[in-house]
Design a protein around this ligand. Structure first.
Ligand code: HSE
Length: 397
């Protein structure tokens, strides 16, 4: 029997307990071992829960119990989640988590601690919720040089955009629904401002390129500047606007960013709606591979966390990632990244012609002129765009 402890009995923690209990026979048949939840750490009491007798309030009970070999951290936030994870690894306990905040900021430290203590630190659920993507990227695609990853990485914002665009709901109503469905972070500005997607693209980039870039170094834009007019213009021109996390290899350096982008209708990511996430990976041998599934929510996220527990209990051959910390020399400055742009302006077409010279006109409605530029460096775009009155602009994927 493998004894585990769950840290945090919120949306994800309760999902972990539910999946382990509901699928105990299936898991036992797969690995020939039983997973037993010995403790659940939370500040609150849960008198009506079937797991009420497992609740403890002191992490030291878990830390000092040698029978507990795996800790599932589902607390969210950086502290004390990082500190508890580090202490557990140092005590010879493996740790699994869905906590992208900790993995993106401290994953390199915790992987080193895990290696030093001969235990494992797995975090499949930290990107893409229930989608198996980290392990396939690190193992099944190991023969490739990864050229580029583009992902819809945040279920809450994809849900909000879909509900606003397809069902005409307001931002506030759609966000409330995402919160009630358990998709949103405790503070949903992390979702709306692209911070959550940023953490996830940093994790994907670390697996693809072996170096962990700190999220604070990544150019990150959220969804709050997307207007319905832009969505309509994009749609008429054959694009969907999606919040995209992008990691590219450019001549051996990394370019990592998060921003709303116009995705052509010919790209499968344009069809990934609602809480679904989609991650498109381009390898130099595999070509394009797309991973799609529910990127948030109690049970899909728990599915991935419990899979990590099952792998640790029953599959010792699954190895830890090995990451170094990226420094500035590993990164392409965002000004040098080349892209075509969608622009909407109140300036006249003559002014656009004089600023950009070349462009493809999209529409002229209600005093707003929209157009698409040729591919150019961000620095060149910013210089040209400064000559007109821009209402909105987005890169094109
Ligand atoms: N708030 C996150 C999202 C949860 O909406 O995608 C899953 O990481």
């Amino acid at each position: 029997m493998t004894n585990i402890a769950i840290l945090g009995f919120g949306v994800v923690g309760s999902g972990i307990a539910e999946v382990i209990t509901q699928n105990s026979e299936i898991i036992k048949n797969k690995i020939g071992d039983e997973i037993n939840i010995k403790y659940i750490l939370d500040l609150r009491e849960f008198p009506d829960s079937p797991f009420a007798d497992k609740i403890v309030h002191d992490f030291n009970i878990i830390l000092n119990d040698d029978e507990v070999s795996i800790v599932a951290e589902a607390m969210g936030g950086l502290h004390p989640a990082f500190d508890f994870s580090e202490q557990a690894l140092k005590k010879g306990k493996s740790v699994v988590t869905s906590n992208k905040h900790v993995v993106a900021e401290k994953g390199d430290v915790l992987l080193k601690t895990a290696a030093e203590n001969g235990v494992r630190y797995l975090f499949e659920a930290s990107v893409g919720g229930g989608i198996p993507v980290l392990r396939p990227l690190g193992t099944c695609l190991a023969a490739n040089k990864i050229n580029e990853i583009n992902g819809i990485l945040n279920g809450t914002t994809n849900y909000i955009l879909t509900q606003m665009i397809d069902f005409g709901k307001t931002f506030e109503v759609a966000l409330k629904e995402a919160q009630m469905k358990g998709y949103a972070e405790a503070n949903p500005t992390a979702d709306v401002d692209g911070i959550d997607a940023c953490r996830k693209i940093c994790i994907l980039a670390a697996i693809a390129f072996g170096k962990l870039i700190n999220p604070s170094e990544v150019s990150t834009v959220g969804i709050s500047n997307i207007r319905l007019n832009d969505v309509k213009n994009a749609s008429e021109a054959g694009y969907a606007i999606k919040l995209i996390g992008q990691a590219k290899d450019i001549n051996g350096k990394m370019s990592v960013s998060v921003a709303p982008r116009l995705v052509p209708n010919t790209n499968l990511l344009s069809k990934v709606d609602d809480v679904f996430n989609g991650i498109l990976v381009n390898g130099n041998a595999s070509d394009d591979i797309i991973f799609i599934g529910k990127g948030a929510g109690k049970m899909p996220t728990a599915s991935a966390v419990v899979a990590d527990i099952v792998d640790i209990a029953g599959r010792p051959e699954i190895k830890n990632q090995q990451w170094a910390q990226a420094d500035k020399n590993d990164l392409v400055p965002s000004d040098d990244v080349v892209s075509a742009y969608y622009v909407c302006t109140t300036s006249s077409e003559d002014a656009v012609k004089s600023a950009f010279n070349e462009y493809s006109a999209l529409s002229l409605k209600d005093g707003e002129f929209s157009f698409i530029t040729p591919a150019m460096k961000k620095s060149a775009f910013n210089e040209m765009a400064s000559k007109i009155d821009v209402i909105s602009s987005f890169e094109i994927l």
